[in-house]
Design a protein around this ligand. Structure first.
Ligand SMILES: [Zn+2]
Length: 423
């Protein structure tokens, strides 16, 4: 490792205690959908301290809804800002870089099953616990502290660094889309999602869908004349399980090694209000995955066609087909070339220089905001980050020392990607 990189690594170590305190403060912000403002204030304050050009703005539905990759939300963006901080290079002559991360987190429920407070950020045996600790407040904090270490070492870069702290990654991706629509672009992008020891090379497409199924209400005594909407919803759940199995049989090349990449998830169900009444209505919100290379309209047509074909085979549903609405995630799948991607090449070198290990390719059975950069803006991108567990489950944690390592790798990556200006 050269002296300059060494001085930046030392700066990561010198700032480490403050970085951990910042990450803890960030994890203590309960930044579920609609409540991201507190976490964004912390990111904005950090960007200010770093002397960046800071902009905070709410996604503008009117501006982004015509764009490819847009997902229709059922909620507002009021008081839910993205925060962007730009470190401009006066020198110029290097490549610019976007470092992107999301502060929104999924619900911590069922909280009663946690051993740790999901908003407590307790550290125990080297693990920092909390909703979002791993996915991905560890990353959004690390990318900022990596840049801060470069500054602290007195290094100046040849390319601009654009730090994006976004909302909505867990439901639409519209936070990142709004950043790109406003022109916050770069020659490459790294997203510090928790893919430890791996660079992301494939992610699935994801759709959210709501079914409204009607039945015929009755007292349970007359149930033979009634139609139970919850049971009819089950007909459609079984149909989606068939589609899931079909897609898992027909493997995409990037997922050949994965036993079951495509997951259908009935996530929310609402139906009935009394044990002795036959429920007349049932609503199901589900998530369905599909492979990269399928356009969003084709994925929606596939799901709709499959559900309606199943309805055709049921005497009641044939005459009373479900209402099908797609909302939230309209996320297409994406792939990156592990050998050819300039971002992955530079990351591979930086990772080896810092850790002595060889970076491996990683595949995701979910989506990330990486898709916007590669699919719609032609910006090479990958995800790489810390190690942990319990994402979207209970007792989420991040291994704290892996966050330090990721901070160093990201810092080394930034030096190589942007280039160092002569003093
Ligand atoms: Zn994430």
């Amino acid at each position: 490792m050269d002296a300059l990189t060494r001085s930046v690594m030392d700066a990561v170590d010198s700032g480490w205690e403050r970085q951990v305190r910042h990450l803890q403060a960030l994890v203590r912000q309960p930044s579920v959908l609609g409540q991201e403002a507190g976490a964004q204030r912390l990111m904005s304050a950090l960007f200010d301290e770093m002397g960046l050009d800071v902009a905070a703005f709410e996604p503008d539905i009117g501006a982004i809804s015509p764009l490819r990759g847009f997902s229709p939300p059922e909620w507002s963006y009021r008081n839910r800002p993205n925060v962007v901080g730009i470190w401009r290079s006066p020198a110029g002559g290097g490549r610019s870089l976007v470092l992107n991360g999301h502060v929104d987190v999924v619900s911590p429920e069922p909280v009663s099953r946690w051993r740790h407070d999901p908003w407590g950020a307790e550290i125990e045996n080297g693990r920092l616990y909390g909703r979002g600790a791993c996915d991905m407040k560890s990353g959004v904090s690390a990318m900022a502290w990596a840049v801060r270490a470069i500054q602290a070492a007195g290094v100046r870069l040849k390319g601009d660094v654009i730090l994006q702290s976004v909302i909505e990654e867990e439901c639409t991706g519209n936070g990142t889309l709004a950043c790109l629509a406003r022109g916050y672009l770069g020659d490459g992008c790294l997203i510090a999602e928790p893919f430890h020891d791996r660079a992301l090379v494939a992610q699935l497409g994801v759709l959210w869908c709501r079914l409204k199924v009607r039945g015929v209400a009755a007292h349970v005594q007359g149930a033979n004349q009634a139609v139970n909407a919850i049971e009819k919803t089950y007909v459609l759940i079984r149909a989606m399980r068939e589609l899931e199995a079909q897609l898992n049989d027909a493997k995409h090349p990037a997922y050949r090694s994965h036993p079951w990449p495509i997951n259908f998830n009935p996530g929310v169900i609402r139906g009935g209000d009394w044990p002795s009444n036959v429920p007349a209505d049932c609503e199901l919100d589900f998530r369905m995955a599909f492979y990269p290379g399928t356009r969003i309209e084709d994925a929606k047509a596939m799901v709709r066609g499959h559900l309606l074909a199943a309805a055709e085979r049921d005497t009641w549903l044939k005459k009373n087909p479900p209402e099908i609405t797609f909302y939230g995630f309209h996320a297409e799948g994406a792939t990156m070339d592990f050998q050819e991607s300039p971002v992955i090449q530079v990351l591979t070198d930086a990772y080896h220089r810092v850790t002595g290990r060889v970076l491996q390719p990683g595949i995701a059975t979910a989506t990330t905001d990486a898709r916007f950069f590669s699919l719609y803006y032609g910006v090479p991108v990958t995800c790489f980050g810390a190690q942990g567990s319990g994402m979207h489950g209970v007792d989420e944690y991040v291994e704290v020392e892996t966050v330090r390592e990721v901070t160093k790798v990201v810092a080394a990556f930034v030096l190589d990607w942007c280039g160092v200006a002569e003093p």
